[in-house]
Design a protein around this ligand. Structure first.
Ligand code: FMN
Length: 348
């Protein structure tokens, strides 16, 4: 196998000024089954694997590598690493280079305390000197694309400019930037002004990340930040049509409207995913997806409330049929309804 499939569209597309889209990595969500499923509704330009943990005894997790080896979407995928040990990151980058990947991505944003306490993921943002060393060593070790995904800081943005300078100095190929600090987790304001700042500061393309919830918001964010594209996580679970809709909006075409009937079909498609079928707790797994989907079904959150109460598959699908197929031509909201939150794992 050749070392890293070079991805010319990254440069070519950005050089033409056309924005690109990416599915943001989401642990335990963006596996090969999910990638294949959403590709049927309008594929993103790029995929990223969920993070591969890197430490002294680690080997790239087989189930995550499947997203690379079984990727039939026709779109390139970056392999993401999470770690802080330079020899082990370099060793893993060499191992990954034997796979058909678009490049290697380093996670510097994960906000989970059990992760950042080990000084990996978002925890690295507290130590810009360490980041500089990691980026330098990995840049020398990686012959192909080397990209970074990060947040704007840990507690505040004190280190932001120093880290941007390292990214520029070590010629990182692409930055996905979530416009929140680690402490801001996943809610509240996204600091798009700081994404705009990174765009103006860096030579590499930047993907704006954080609350890109619809084609309209993607256009607003792209206009405001001048980013080279958008990276979308949770809204792609809710609305897998989003990547196609963004391309339509960028081309000045009418953006396709999605109906509740189409969403009901999408739910069936998720249910048929082999990984879901192989899961013992299919109901709770389906509820994870439905927590996101439900944000666009009805403004009062009745679907979400009823769905969370379901105990069996029969009950769950009865709720889906009742709330989505009574008026199948009704429009599925473009953006999440205000006040409706996805709370996977908090049913009942
Ligand atoms: C369930 C879940 C898992 C995530 N796992 C990862 C991960 O493995 N690597 C990573 O860089 N970011 C991960 N993230 C962060 C997302 O990639 C993204 O930065 C964040 O959700 C903000 O984008 P959004 O508003 O479009 O969801 C995860 C987010 C969620 C919700």
């Amino acid at each position: 196998m050749t070392l890293l499939n070079y991805v010319p569209i990254l440069d070519a597309t950005i050089a033409t000024g056309a924005a690109v889209t990416a599915l943001a990595p989401m642990q335990d969500v963006t596996d090969v089954c999910f990638m294949t499923t959403i590709a049927e509704y309008g594929c993103p330009d790029y995929f990223f694997t969920e993070y591969l943990r890197v430490h002294e005894t680690s080997r790239p997790e087989k189930h995550i590598l499947k997203a690379i080896t079984e990727n039939t979407t026709g779109r390139p995928i970056f392999a993401q690493m999470l770690g802080e040990s330079i020899p082990d990151l370099v060793r893993t980058a060499h191992l990954l280079s034997h796979y058909p990947i678009a490049g290697i991505d380093l996670n510097m944003g994960c906000p989970a305390p059990k992760i950042y306490r080990k000084n990996v993921g978002g925890g690295l943002l507290r130590d810009p000197d360490k980041i500089d060393r990691i980026l330098g060593e990995l840049r020398s070790a990686i012959a192909g694309r080397f990209t970074v995904k990060m947040r704007i800081g840990f507690e505040d943005t004190t280190n932001f400019d120093r880290i941007l300078a390292s990214i520029d100095r070590h010629q990182i190929d692409l930055l996905s930037l979530h416009g929140r600090t680690v402490k801001e987790m996943y809610h509240g304001t996204v600091h798009y002004d700081l994404i705009a700042h990174a765009v103006s500061r860096l030579r590499c393309p930047v993907l704006a990340n954080g609350n890109v919830t619809s084609a309209a918001t993607a256009l607003e964010i792209l206009n405001f930040t001048k980013a080279g594209g958008v990276s979308i996580g949770r809204s792609a679970i809710r609305n897998p049509w989003i990547f196609k809709q963004i391309r339509q909006a960028l081309a000045g075409e009418t953006v396709e409207v999605v109906t509740l009937g189409q969403v009901r079909d999408y739910i069936d498609r998720l249910y048929r995913m082999p990984k879901l079928q192989a899961t013992v707790s299919r109901v709770s797994r389906m509820k994870m997806y439905l927590n996101f989907i439900g944000q666009g079904v009805d403004p009062a959150g009745i679907f979400l409330k009823e769905m969370r109460k379901a105990r069996t598959e029969t009950e769950l699908f009865a709720v889906c049929d009742r709330e989505l197929l009574t008026h199948p031509d009704r429009v599925f909201a473009e953006n999440p309804y205000p006040g409706l939150w996805a709370r996977p794992g908090c049913e009942g």
